[in-house]
Design a binder for this molecule. Structure first.
Ligand SMILES: [Zn+2]
Length: 401
């Protein structure tokens, strides 16, 4: 199996190197916007047309040659991806279609070397990158395993990072599925397991809420385009990043613990994008985003260990009795499942997690679950990259919690 991991290391460029990186990011961002403008004017989007626009822009303005060729290809790919996502959402009839937007410098803060063809090199604790003079000190807190594929240089607040992706080929161990577990993304708890274990997630956002609100207010008060506003934005971004980092650290550790534990397969609810898009409170949106990431983390960790990861239909998992299959109303305020029919009394999330497990294993053993819609989704993909705490493609956009 091919496993892709991402590794993120802090960079410490000196003043001159900072200027060079900043210039590259600035040029990349401008190039992106110019390409977008051309696609909108011509109403044509394809790899071929974007390549053609790229050549036109390079002819008009030689400064863009300062961007390494593969970085330019990366910009093209990024634009293609944005359009593909837009077309896909149109097809799905999503409310938010997300037409590609012109990016401000706040929202375009990285460049990517899409291929490891000698344009960058790690030299002891320093990084050498084509089109940037000399080398940059890098804090490599862990060793990269496998073959390095890409490098992204990102700016977060005033900090610089190098993000590498590396590919490893690993044989998948054969696992006998003797101890499957169901996981409910709970109401009372962050997650509840079908063996009655529950896990809470610290309220990282709640703790930082005041500071975030403060900096949001400061940003709103300061004049648009002013240096002071820019500074306040930086502070705001740093607060969000710190929340994101803590949250992801916690979820990495928890998913690791579960994946390494005695369970032999995992069943979770398939989260519905539709539900997640609806207007929720901020706290709810954050919770949804957390679950999405957590499931991504657990999925690839389980897969690496040869453990099956199943997503089941989430309908009525909370309303169904895990003992007798009776379906009854469960208002959100009700924290305990008290079955009207068989008198079962169980934590509502634990009850739901048993239903989830039953749905995943339906047919393989006796089950009372009513849900017939078993849905095996292919486990594993690149969306749960380890240690990738900020998606380089959206660095600085929405908080990734
Ligand atoms: Zn019952």
């Amino acid at each position: 199996m091919e496993i892709i991991h991402a590794y993120k290391f802090r960079l410490y460029p000196d003043f001159r190197r900072q200027k060079e990186i900043d210039e590259s990011i600035f040029l990349a961002h401008q190039l992106y916007n110019k390409l977008l403008e051309k696609t909108i004017q011509s109403r044509k989007v394809s790899q071929r047309t974007i390549n053609q626009y790229m050549n036109e822009i390079l002819k008009e303005d030689k400064r863009y040659y300062k961007l390494y060729a593969h970085v330019r290809v990366g910009i093209r790919n990024r634009m293609l991806r944005t359009y593909q996502n837009f077309f896909r959402r149109c097809k799905e009839g999503a409310k938010k279609k997300g037409f590609p937007k012109f990016k401000s410098m706040d929202r375009y803060r990285s460049i990517t070397h899409i291929e490891n063809n000698g344009s960058f090199r790690i030299e002891a604790d320093r990084l050498r990158v084509s089109k940037i003079s000399g080398t940059i000190r890098m804090e490599m807190h862990r060793t990269i395993e496998g073959k390095i594929k890409t490098l992204t240089i990102a700016k977060e607040g005033n900090e610089y990072y190098a993000i590498f992706t590396a590919v490893q080929h690993k044989p998948i161990p054969e696992i006998n599925d003797t101890n499957p577990v169901g996981i409910d993304l709970g109401l009372n708890n962050f997650i509840a397991l079908s063996n009655s274990e529950i896990f809470q997630k610290p309220k990282f956002y709640k703790k930082a809420e005041k500071k975030i609100a403060h900096w949001q207010m400061v940003v709103a008060r300061r004049n648009k385009g002013s240096k002071r506003r820019q500074k306040a934005k930086m502070h705001l971004q740093e607060e969000w990043q710190s929340v994101t980092r803590q949250s992801n650290d916690f979820m990495h550790k928890l998913s690791q613990k579960l994946a390494d534990g005695g369970f032999t397969s995992f069943a979770v609810e398939a989260l519905r994008i539709q539900n997640m898009e609806r207007n929720h409170t901020l706290a709810q949106s954050i919770q949804n985003a957390s679950w999405g990431r957590f499931i991504g983390f657990l999925e690839y960790k389980a897969q690496e260990r040869g453990k099956t990861f199943i997503k089941v239909n989430p309908d009525n998992t909370s309303k169904t009795c895990s003992n007798c299959g009776n379906i009854q109303e469960m208002p959100l305020s009700q924290r305990q499942f008290n079955c009207d029919r068989c008198r079962l009394q169980l934590d509502r999330d634990t009850n739901a997690s048993i239903n989830i497990l039953n749905r995943a294993t339906l047919g393989q053993r006796g089950s009372h679950a009513q849900g017939e819609n078993r849905q095996y989704l292919p486990a594993g993909n690149a969306n749960g990259l380890e240690e990738l705490r900020t998606d380089p493609a959206t660095a600085g956009e929405a908080p990734n919690l």
